[in-house]
Design a protein around this ligand. Structure first.
Ligand code: ADP
Length: 376
């Protein structure tokens, strides 16, 4: 059993040696692998027979056939494997997911890039726990991307998908309180500051009990990917719900992420939780682009940095995770005030220490994303 670990509960048993080999198998026509697309239902070695279950969403019958063949080929090369049995369950796109409880996330969706054909890069902003400023970060990062891309003369859009359904604060932070229009079966994102935004906050009543929202997560996010007209877009920023549980893992699988950013605060308690968040991305083979620290220090009247919550936590966590440290965003009361007024600090005060910290991190991330697959 040493070789076998159990991923979080929606998953069957996965043999780590098989998983590594499966990471080499690309989804037909894509440069991403089938593990990161979340297609693996199970992978076990029984005697010398590797048994693999895949769940694919595709209308093209060649896709499951090709996948089966590629998986058989990749696994048959492994020492100790003499036979390979691949079971592919195929769901046609746009058929509703089975009305099961607890079966969510078993690779229910194929690569959503098919569903988001105009979106070039998708990055997630995540945190191990709530209250570290993840949504603030996602909002300001989206605004920073827009500013930076506009300065480069890019006319394409930046989007923000608020998946933090337990506390969808993005609409307030972006100064939006309308309901999105529906055209055909597509929702049209709302737009402010040049950012196209979709949020559960537009669709639910604030009085909807949080306990009802849990079962809606996967369905909502699938709809955010499949039934929202995002249009042509350079970057889509996804604000994930805080934490590292099943809901987050399912989301990370469902969306075809090009990378993830972890937000933390300097406190060590937040840092240890952060590491669990990072491991979640590793499991599904989504590259971690880096870790950023929020609420790092107060800027004193003389320009000095006062580390109210301690120092060095973010850098330590980044070192531990072997991921780049993207930078520090200071504590600034104007951020909280801006959130309440619906104007992100990157829009209202781009030259402030916090505004310029977001812009610098945004620039760094654009370069990292651009460097992937030889540029945008
Ligand atoms: P999360 O998404 O992690 O739960 P939020 O982004 O909602 O956190 O932020 C929590 C609160 O902290 C909000 O009121 C926000 O305005 C405030 N906040 C976030 N970052 C900063 C900062 N750097 N300086 C001051 N207030 C901040």
């Amino acid at each position: 059993m040493k070789d076998i670990f159990r991923m979080d509960s929606p998953f069957a048993m996965i043999d780590s040696k098989l998983l590594d080999a499966l990471k080499q198998v690309k989804y037909p026509g894509f440069s991403r692998d089938i593990v990161s697309f979340g297609l693996i239902n199970g992978a076990t070695l029984e005697g010398s027979t590797a048994k693999v279950g895949l769940a694919v969403t595709s209308a093209d019958p060649r896709v499951p056939a090709q996948l089966k063949q590629d998986v058989e080929q990749a696994l048959s090369l492994l020492p100790g494997v003499e036979g390979v049995e691949v079971t592919v369950s195929v769901t046609k796109p746009n058929t509703p997911p089975p009305p099961s409880g607890g079966g969510q996330g078993k690779g229910v969706s194929g690569p959503a890039h098919q569903q988001l054909p105009g979106v070039k890069k998708i990055i997630a902003v995540a945190s191990g726990k709530g209250g570290v400023g993840k949504s603030t970060f996602a909002v300001n990062l989206a605004c920073a991307f827009d500013k930076l891309l506009s300065a480069q003369g890019r006319t394409k859009r930046v989007g923000l998908m608020d998946c933090d359904i337990y506390g969808p604060s993005v609409p307030m932070m972006m100064g939006m309180n309308a309901r999105p229009e529906v055209e055909g079966n597509m929702l049209i994102p709302l737009e402010n500051f040049g950012i196209r935004v979709m949020s559960m906050g537009f669709l639910i009543d604030e009085s909807t009990p949080v306990v009802w929202r849990g079962p809606m997560v996967m369905k909502t996010i699938q709809q955010f990917a499949a039934n929202v007209d995002w249009g042509e877009m350079d970057v889509l920023v996804v604000d994930l719900p805080p934490g590292t549980g099943d809901a987050q893992l399912s989301l990370v699988q469902t969306l075809p992420l090009d990378g993830a950013v972890i937000v933390t605060t300097p406190q060590s308690v937040a840092v240890s939780v952060t590491c669990r968040g990072a491991m979640m991305f590793e499991k599904v083979n989504v590259p971690l682009l880096g870790l950023a620290e929020n609420m790092s220090y107060l800027v004193g009247p003389d320009g000095s940095h006062v580390p109210v919550f301690g120092e060095g936590g973010g850098e330590a966590a980044a070192r531990h995770l072997e991921t780049p440290f993207l930078g520090k965003v200071p504590l600034d009361p104007a951020i909280g005030q801006g959130s309440d007024r619906g104007i992100p600090i990157v829009v209202s005060s781009p030259d402030s220490p916090a505004g310029s910290a977001f812009l610098k991190i945004g620039q760094d991330l654009l370069e990292k994303l651009g460097a992937q697959q030889g540029g945008q």
